[in-house]
Design a protein. Structure first.
Lengths: 337, 359
């Protein structure tokens, strides 16, 4: 287990420390490609930038399966640099002004910045219109960034032993799980397309086109999900450390009950802990896959994660390992749904 | 290379744009603009058709090797109103179609239906209103379109209505309604008439953009392009700030040239295409500006998610007072947009599709 953890943690750290907000996935895409190239039959980048890796070919009882984990993360895009060098921005994906305060950002061109705020009136709530990025520039001319430059949040990877913290655990924790499962699958009757999708955080856009291109018979999204185990948090059954979560529904789709059952049976067969996930708000690539062409049975393997869309997202290392086992098991056998 | 394309804005161009701008083509009833498109593109009649949604699709095949299939979209529809109920006496209740600010409606002359029956969105005269009434914006359900007694025989429930503004030249500017997106329609007609030979130009004059890019969804599926470009119009919020602060939310500025999109609410502009446009503009000495990343959407939002994905971007003519009875644009911004599009298409080849990290 220790060496398995070591490899998983190395992959995860590499992933979370690479910036890649939606629409700017070129760096993270090339790192993933380098990581998986030797373990797959074929790998290519599609028109929108999804990295798609094929492993296995269809044998009797096998299916064409799409496994989608998104490589993009939430971030910021500059809308204006003022005469004193302060940059105004718009969010890419669901960024709260509260988690921006005091934040540090890293631009795709390497420029660093911190987020500051205009003075608020009494009882005024922070809003994005009041925030700006200070890159240390003293004027517009001297600014190393301009309109359209993209930044991700900047925090180092933190290993607390059982718990792991980083920005972009959503969805790099799932990407790490997909990569480890991709390596672990040895023989399979299935034709598996591992899709490392783009632009999920702005509306599942990459998965929509990837699913059309792959034309799968079954789809699994791998993503993070909220937990209900923090003080006075959301009312929800899922907790950190209690195993992979099998999605029943979220606000983007109802997981196909046959896929849910398939996942439950595999977890039971392996003796893995698992949790049923009913998420009130949120969406995953599973929704995009389900509605592709004439329809695809689709579900989602979720990794419990605290503080989603903050710069300090927390997951549990055992949940990750068990998710790798569950996904590997699902993909290695014939699929009867 | 292709010969130099130097568009001008003479009487013929003004006449065509006036007809396009003055036409009534509120989303879902784009027939009047569709007819102008057909008339202008007689030479393409064998490669032009109207699809099930009402989009006009035109294919111009180039002649060079390894041609990219490039979809260029401009929407024919405009925001406006639709009659919903007759109250008698020539008065009609109505709903707005697309993004219309109800504060823009009161007291405006309008025209209704395909016969352009004149009417007015009336309201109580100032003599009769109280101070409190004048401080409140009127809601749409409190307004009526009045076509006058007898006029009610000439219009029907379901008819579309729009402002009866006619296009005017104001020195270096044009003032008119529906320049969003009749400028795009005008430009797409010009691009087809001067189509570059190095690409297959797949032109889509789309419907129902203002209601959620609906026409472009099916147009893009049918045309199945390699890349997509939406030509549209976007607000210029460039009036002076009277508090003396720097304007950080101008979106675009008049005289700034074509506005190239990095991100809006519906699309993240493909970086390769953004770069192709800005590099073309710089090489050709055409002024350009980024449209500030923000909300909103163009047909690119539908095109890029089509089938297995279509790298897409948008280019807009900056316009003051969008979605109002009278928008204002600069003729130079319009011509520079057309120039940029033509120059960019003329230098396009398949290398544009190489992923960013492999360049």
């Amino acid at each position: 287990m220790a060496t398995k953890n070591h490899e998983l943690l190395n992959v995860l750290q590499m992933l979370v420390e690479t910036p890649g907000p939606s629409g700017s996935e070129h760096l993270i895409r090339s790192k993933i490609e380098a990581e998986i190239r030797d373990h797959v039959d074929e790998v290519y980048t599609d028109a929108l930038g999804n990295l798609i890796a094929k492993k296995g070919s269809k044998k009797e009882g096998g299916r064409r399966v799409m496994v989608s984990s998104h490589v993009d993360e939430i971030g910021l895009m500059v809308t204006h640099v003022d005469e004193n060098g302060f940059a105004r921005f718009i969010t890419i994906g669901g960024v709260s002004p509260l988690t921006c305060l005091g934040g540090r950002v890293l631009f795709m061109n390497g420029t660093q910045g911190v987020i500051g705020m205009e003075r608020l009136e009494a009882n005024e709530q922070p809003s994005l219109a009041k925030l700006f990025i200070d890159t240390g520039a003293t004027s517009k001319e001297d600014s190393k960034i301009g309109v359209g430059d993209v930044a991700g949040f900047e925090r180092p990877f933190m290993n607390m032993g059982k718990r792991l913290v980083a920005k972009s655990m959503d969805d790099r924790a799932a990407v790490a799980v997909a990569i480890q499962a991709l390596k672990a699958v040895e023989s399979t009757p299935n034709e598996i397309f591992f899709v490392f999708s783009v632009q999920e955080e702005v509306g599942l856009r990459g998965a929509i086109t990837a699913a059309y291109g792959v034309d799968p018979e079954v789809g699994i999204a791998v993503d993070v999900t909220r937990t209900g185990d923090t003080p006075k948090g959301v009312k929800m059954e899922v907790a950190l450390g209690k195993g992979p979560a099998i999605k029943v529904r979220d606000s983007s789709f109802i997981a196909d009950p046959r896929v849910v059952n398939w996942m439950v049976e595999e977890a039971k067969a392996q003796g893995l802990p698992y949790q049923m996930e009913v998420l009130e708000a949120g969406g995953t690539d599973g929704a995009a896959i389900q509605r592709t062409r004439a329809g695809v049975p689709a579900g989602c393997l979720s990794i419990p994660c605290r503080y989603i869309h903050s710069p300090s997202e927390m997951v549990d290392v055992d949940d990750l390992q068990q998710s790798v086992s569950l996904l590997t098991g699902l993909l290695s056998k014939s699929i009867e749904i | 290379m292709t010969e130099k394309f130097s568009p001008e804005f003479g009487q013929a161009e003004l006449d065509l744009l006036s007809r396009l701008s003055n036409a009534l083509a509120v989303s879902g009833d784009e027939q009047e603009v569709r007819e102008i498109v057909y008339e202008q593109l007689q030479d393409f009649k064998d490669s032009m058709h109207t699809d099930a949604m009402g989009n006009v699709l035109v294919r111009h095949e180039g002649s060079g090797p390894n041609r990219l299939k490039v979809m260029v979209a401009a929407h024919m529809d405009e925001v406006g109103m639709m009659l919903t109920k007759e109250d008698g006496d020539g008065l009609f209740e109505f709903v707005v179609v697309g993004g219309v600010d109800p504060r823009q409606l009161v007291g405006k002359p309008v025209m209704v239906g395909r016969d352009h029956i004149p009417g007015v969105i009336g309201t109580k005269a100032i003599h009769l209103t109280t101070k409190e009434e004048r401080e409140q914006a009127l809601k749409v359900n409190a307004l009526r379109i009045d076509v006058g007694l007898g006029g009610s025989k000439l219009v029907e429930i379901g008819d579309r209505a729009t402002f009866s503004t006619t296009l005017q030249v104001l020195g270096p500017s044009l003032r008119g309604k529906a320049l969003d997106d009749r400028l795009g329609v005008f430009n797409l007609i010009q691009l087809l008439k001067n189509a570059p030979e190095n690409i297959d130009l797949l032109a889509a004059f789309t419907v129902q953009e203002e209601l959620g890019l609906r026409g472009a969804i099916t147009a893009a599926y049918q045309l199945n392009p390699d890349i997509g470009i939406a030509m549209d119009s976007t607000p210029a919020n460039d009036l002076p700030h009277f508090d003396g602060e720097e304007n950080t939310t101008h979106n675009t500025k008049l005289d700034g040239g074509p506005a190239i999109y990095l991100m809006d609410g519906a699309t993240i502009g493909d970086r390769r295409l953004v770069k192709w446009l800005t590099e073309t503009a710089d090489a050709e000495g055409i002024p350009w500006q980024y449209r500030q990343p923000g909300r909103g959407g163009t047909d690119a939002g539908a095109i890029h998610k089509t089938r297995a994905g279509v790298p897409s971007v948008s280019v807009s003519v900056p316009q003051r007072y969008l979605h109002s009875p009278a928008g204002l644009v600069r003729i130079d911004d319009e011509l520079n947009t057309l120039k940029l599009m033509h120059a960019a298409l003329s230098r396009l080849d398949k290398s544009i599709l190489i992923p960013q990290e492999n360049k």
